[in-house]
Write a protein that binds this ligand. Structure first.
Ligand code: ADP
Length: 222
């Protein structure tokens, strides 16, 4: 089993440390003497392993109570597991419209596809813009003819679009969404180094992160 010390350094637990962890998990709070008896070891022989498990945060020690399993650390480990998944494994299908699509048609598309964000592409298929619910609401507030207004006028366009690559992690995706106050990210591959154009290969939303949590947790329950 791989664990992180204080969430930073990764170390591999020995077979005996795994055994101790399991005993503490099942029987905690439990004294060092009791653990030693279960493993037919002396307390002195057990001490280095208990020190490692305590330092790494897997177990806690309370004077006159004993050792007990650190659930807080378990939650952090599970969160690490989820957030280190790659974007590629969880990306959803992006809903795409042409740049000249009308705002009216974009609204219809949003409802039909049951999404919160549409992506606009140019004639070469490169990502050109992001159209969110608020963009469409803002455009609808005026007295404009929504059937005549192209989404290219109201969308957030390149180079202001925050993107993510398939190889990046869900942690990177979550950070980008929170830091930029946005609900989703287009997953892209570079199509041209010179012109900095991107092909759209998926989308990641805040819902994706929640779904990843549920899926990874279920996997653990199996
Ligand atoms: P909503 O409008 O439903 O609240 P967002 O919070 O995602 O959705 O969008 C807020 C604003 O940020 C909109 O103007 C939208 O165009 C823009 N936006 C959304 N996603 C991105 C992105 N990946 N990069 C840059 N801007 C974005």
């Amino acid at each position: 089993m791989i664990i992180g010390i204080k969430g930073v350094v990764k170390i591999k637990l020995s077979k005996r440390q795994d055994e101790i962890l399991e005993i503490v998990k099942q029987n905690g709070p439990i004294t060092g003497k009791e653990i030693a008896e279960r493993l037919s070891l002396s307390r002195a022989a057990l001490r280095p392993d208990l020190a490692i498990l305590t330092m790494s945060g897997n177990i806690d020690a309370r004077p006159r109570v004993g050792y007990f399993y650190n659930d807080k650390f378990k939650v952090k480990r599970q969160a690490d597991r989820v957030l280190h998944q790659s974007v590629n494994n969880f990306k959803a299908h992006p809903i795409v419209v042409g740049k000249s699509t009308s705002v009216y048609d974009a609204i219809v598309q949003l409802f039909l596809e049951d999404v919160g964000t549409l992506y606009a592409v140019d004639s070469e298929g490169s990502l050109a813009g992001v159209i969110s619910r608020k963009d469409l609401l803002r455009a609808s507030l005026g007295n404009q003819n929504l059937s005549e207004l192209p989404v290219s006028v109201i969308m957030t366009r390149m180079p202001n679009i925050i993107t993510i690559y398939p190889e990046e992690t869900l942690l990177e995706a979550a950070k980008k969404m929170i830091q930029n106050h946005i609900d989703s990210l287009p997953v892209v591959r570079k199509s041209d180094e010179q012109t900095n154009t991107y092909l759209l290969v998926g989308r990641i939303t805040k819902t994706t992160i929640t779904r990843a949590y549920l899926e990874v947790m279920d996997e653990k329950l199996d």
